[in-house]
Design a protein around this ligand. Structure first.
Ligand SMILES: [Zn+2]
Ligand SMILES: [Zn+2]
Length: 385
């Protein structure tokens, strides 16, 4: 029986994928949680296209998949569990749980290491959150995680059946917890003690960096609670929160061709845990940023009379005097995920203001080096109204 299951592994996995996709898809149509920002026609062919692309790449890169590796390890007695005499059922359960913990740690690494974040970022740039988001990963991320999985499966000596169960389970829970489905809060509360629910994982797709960097679990919800990365609800509610990240917010970015090259485009952004954003920005750098990205938020912290005075201000800069900033910081809540530059006459008040902003969870705040005096020295346009 086990041999029969293992021999038909690709077929079993594909059938499960199709059945779960259909089930969650129907569920999404019947009881949606959020209104879609984009039609399915815009996203589904691209998100499912990448699934096909990834399956082909994985077949070529790894002729022996994870289950095959587990079988080879078992025949040769490699790996921890193959050297112990545990009852088969215990070994299977243990292996599934350990593999799930490895996936949690791996997901954290993909958020922590800047280069890995560039790859994983593509999962987070989906501007809606539904069942197809759950299968939308960059091919290089798929190859890297497959490589890691083969190493862990061999070192652990995971039984082949356990690996198959784990893969089908991960695939299924990933599609379930990305579902745009409404589950009553009372049921969700109970459910999320045993499995990661859509309401739990949706927080991970918030555009606020501190929410993106929480709820890393895919199948089992325990790791987030044990490791302190658990977040119960999104600050702006499930219907009010913004899905995606600050970068790549144009509808064109949802197309397959853009998805594939996204890791190599744009700067790293404020999300990667291991990325310390530059504290300072000089005039030419800011000028270049303004030329290519109109999303940059400019905040001038001088008094109103200086703002319209002799030095004037950078066109588009908002005036929030330093002493008013603590009270007005809430007005900026929608800009929390954006790139912000603080400006004053030199750079003393703006540096103090930037520190204040960082304490309030604004993660990408820079200070214009030399302030307005430097801006004027470069002979750049100013407004005086
Ligand atoms: Zn993630
Ligand atoms: Zn996700």
């Amino acid at each position: 029986m086990v041999d029969l299951i293992l021999a038909n592994e690709p077929l079993i996995r594909m059938a499960c994928f199709g059945a779960i996709l259909l089930t969650i898809g129907v569920w999404e149509a019947a009881a949606p949680c959020r209104t879609r920002a984009f039609s399915r026609w815009q996203r589904w062919p691209n998100n499912l296209g990448i699934v096909v692309f990834n399956s082909v790449i994985a077949r070529f890169a790894f002729p022996v998949a994870a289950v095959g590796t587990a079988a080879i390890a078992q025949q040769n007695g490699w790996g921890l569990l193959n050297t112990t005499d545990l009852p088969p059922l215990v070994a299977i359960v243990l292996a599934v749980i350990i593999l799930d913990f490895v996936v949690y740690l791996q997901h954290m690494m993909f958020h922590a290491v800047p280069a890995l974040w560039r790859l994983h970022r593509m999962h987070h740039t989906d501007l809606d959150f539904d069942v197809t988001t759950g299968a939308r990963f960059h091919p290089i991320e798929i190859v890297l995680s497959m490589g890691l999985k083969l190493v862990v499966v061999s070192a652990l000596g995971a039984p082949p059946v356990a690996v198959l169960i784990f893969e089908v389970l991960l695939n299924g829970t990933s599609m379930f917890n990305h579902g745009n489905i409404h589950i009553a809060p009372a049921i969700d509360r109970v459910l999320r003690w045993i499995v990661v629910t859509p309401d739990m994982h949706r927080i991970h797709h918030s555009d606020l960096p501190h929410e993106t960097n929480s709820n890393f679990g895919f199948s089992l919800p325990w790791w987030d609670r044990l490791c302190g990365t658990y977040r119960d609800q999104p600050e702006r509610g499930h219907r009010g929160m913004t899905i995606g990240i600050g970068q790549f917010r144009d509808g064109r970015e949802l197309w397959l061709d853009r998805l594939l090259v996204q890791p190599f485009r744009g700067d790293i952004g404020p999300y990667a845990l291991g990325h310390k954003p530059e504290q300072w920005i000089d005039v030419p750098e800011l000028q270049a940023k303004l030329a290519q990205n109109s999303d940059e938020v400019l905040i001038d912290v001088r008094g109103p009379d200086e703002y319209v005075g002799e030095l004037g201000h950078i066109p588009g800069a908002r005036n929030i005097p330093l002493d008013e900033l603590p009270n007005r910081i809430n007005d900026l809540a929608t800009e929390q995920a954006k790139s912000i530059t603080m400006i004053c006459k030199t750079d003393k008040r703006s540096a103090a203001a930037a520190e204040l902003m960082r304490q309030q969870n604004f993660s990408d705040v820079r200070v214009l080096k030399g302030g307005m005096e430097a801006w004027i020295r470069h002979d750049l346009p100013v407004d005086r109204q």
